[in-house]
Each structure stands twice: as C-alpha cells, then as structure tokens.
Design a protein. Structure first.
Length: 155
C-alpha cells in the first residue's frame, strides 16, 4: 500500500476540503474548512492530508506549542479518516504513521492530543497506541492524553 502524509497546497486544498466525517462524529472534531482557517490564523498548526494510492483518505493537523517552564509540547491536534474510507484499518495505520512522523520530525519524547470523554472509539484507538490520560483538560474542556516515549507501539 503506497501511502503518504502530504502538506496541503493550492493543488490539493480542494480535495482536502471535500473530506468529511460521519454525522455521528461531528460533535468530536472540526471540519477541514474550520481546521484550515485556524491554521491560516495560527501558523503553529500544520495541516496535512493523508493519502493512499494518491487519494486523500484522511486529515491531520499537528504543531508545537509552548508549555510551562519554557518547555514545548508536540500536539496531534486533529485526526480523522474520511467516512468513505473508515472501517478499513486506515485509522490504526495512519495513526502509527503520524506517530512515527512526529517522533522523527521533532525528536520528541511525548506526543499530546485531546479528546472528548464521550468519544469512546477514538479513546480506544489512542489507548492501543500507548496514549493515556494525564489528568489535564485543554481550553475546550477536552481530556488530554499523552503518548510517552517508549510506550509500546501497537502491532
């Protein structure tokens, strides 16, 4: 399977904007329209398209944000597979690709994300990859999860 994590440019922006999630997931994540608008106003956010065989099948947004004591945190801020391509193992596959990508790009020890506590499917997925709740809440009231270095990768 030929897959890629691609930057979003004028050439692929339209196909990224056409990605969508199932109606039942709308309470859990913003649309790509909202995400790209946010990335334009806050350049710390880096949006990417997730591609399989040259077809956009998902979306993610990540960034490095300051934390207390002059430290920084790498956040996987948004992540979804388009509803047309869900239930094919791509959620697990690309989550591992994104973890590898972020660890390589930032040489980071930990990766952070946040999730609504009623988003059971996402929580189960993240736990399989070594993410665990750290007791924090983000500014939207979502629970923060962290994958610490050397936590077991999912196989």
């Amino acid at each position: 399977m030929f897959t890629e994590i691609r930057d979003i440019t004028a050439l692929n922006k339209k196909e990224i904007l056409s990605l969508s999630i199932a109606d039942s997931q709308h309470d859990f994540i913003e649309s790509t329209v909202q995400c790209l608008a946010e990335a334009e106003t806050d350049t710390r956010f880096i949006p990417v398209g997730l591609y399989r065989e040259d077809i956009a099948v998902g979306f993610a947004m990540y960034g490095v944000f300051p934390h207390e004591n002059n430290t920084q945190r790498v956040w996987l801020d948004r992540y979804f597979i388009d509803e047309r391509y869900q239930h094919q193992g791509l959620g697990k596959y690309f989550l591992q690709q994104l973890i590898n990508y972020l660890e390589a790009k930032y040489s980071c020890q930990n990766i952070y994300l946040s999730v609504y506590d009623n988003n059971i499917v996402a929580i189960q997925l993240y736990k399989k990859f070594g993410f665990s709740f750290n007791g924090e809440l983000d500014e939207n009231g979502e629970k923060v999860m962290v994958k610490e270095a050397h936590a077991h990768d999912y196989h």
